[in-house]
Design a protein around this ligand. Structure first.
Ligand SMILES: C[S@@+](CC[C@H](N)C(=O)[O-])C[C@H]1O[C@@H](n2cnc3c(N)ncnc32)[C@H](O)[C@@H]1O
Length: 267
């Protein structure tokens, strides 16, 4: 597949991710909430594809809570994959692949396809999302973190970007895309996936953009979406779609709900 994605080379990616986000407790409450929700009561979550895995810490983190059958991590930054191959010693079937996800010919599907801060950290966000969805098994889940706003979204690196400078000491930091989605656009985008999803869910909360980001937004909702692929009947003419939103009420009310007073007591 043709790709305009940037091949990130900054040494800061390895430096940061080899010592962060390696254990369950290192993951955000929104990510933990969604993992637990999607795993439900199942102890075995099956085969996991981690898109933009960096040093592969998600494998270790999930293994603390669930049983994984296999873990495949893909990252465009070569150094993180070298590190993961040498350092992630978990006793599960695992594979680490170096390269742009859009150039991978993975000829199988997975129970969970996860993209945490990856699709919205590069140029071809929509193509990465479509690629990930194609790799989800029927009945499986696509889990993706996105920054959302009720205003117009941005996918334009001239206006919204992040400097890879986790140490705060970089003179000439490499720059990454900092995509922000309009909330309703995310529902339209996921609802438009094919095969149609069975469930679109999201959990998130307000936060400030990273201090290393240059973006017009003062605050955003940081959301993790879980999108379930139906098990069968993918071509049904009357499919149903369940939407589960655990997002701040003031955000949802501004983004979608009518400011109606119907039902309010009057005096
Ligand atoms: C912000 S880091 C997040 C790492 C990890 N997912 C986590 O949440 O801890 C984003 C990672 O995605 C990788 N990445 C960006 N674009 C990619 C692409 N097109 N294909 C594969 N990896 C990509 C980057 O190299 C980086 O390691």
């Amino acid at each position: 597949m043709l790709s305009r994605n940037i091949v990130y080379k900054s040494k800061q990616i390895l430096e940061f991710y080899s010592s962060h986000r390696q254990r369950w407790k290192d993951f955000y409450p929104s990510e933990q909430w969604v993992f637990k929700k999607v795993a439900a009561k199942k102890k075995i979550i099956g085969d996991v594809l981690d898109v933009g895995c960096s040093c592969g810490g998600l494998a270790a983190a999930l293994s603390q809570k669930f049983k994984i059958n296999s873990y495949t991590g893909v990252d465009i930054n070569e150094e993180t994959i070298k590190w993961a191959r040498n350092n992630q010693k978990l006793p599960i079937a695992k594979k680490f692949i170096s390269g742009d996800i859009l150039k991978q010919k993975l000829n199988r599907q997975y129970d969970w396809v996860v993209s945490l801060s990856c699709a919205d950290w590069n140029i071809e966000t929509n193509k990465i999302i479509e690629y990930c969805w194609n790799k989800v098994k029927p009945g499986g889940y696509f889990i993706i973190s996105l920054r959302i706003t009720k205003a117009a979204g941005i996918n334009d690196m001239d206006r919204s970007y992040q400097c890879i400078d986790f140490s705060g000491k970089e003179d000439n930091p490499e720059v990454v895309n900092y995509v922000v989605f309009n909330f309703l656009d995310t529902l339209a985008m996921f609802g438009g996936l094919w095969p149609r999803p069975k469930i679109i869910g999201a959990y998130g909360y307000w936060g400030k953009p990273s201090p290393t980001a240059r973006t017009p937004f003062k605050k955003l909702v940081f959301a993790v979406y879980y999108i379930k692929k139906d098990t069968e009947d993918l071509n049904s003419n009357t499919p149903t779609l369940e939407i589960e939103l655990n997002l701040p009420f003031d955000f949802l009310s501004a983004a979608i709900l009518r400011k109606s007073r119907v039902g309010c007591p009057t005096n």
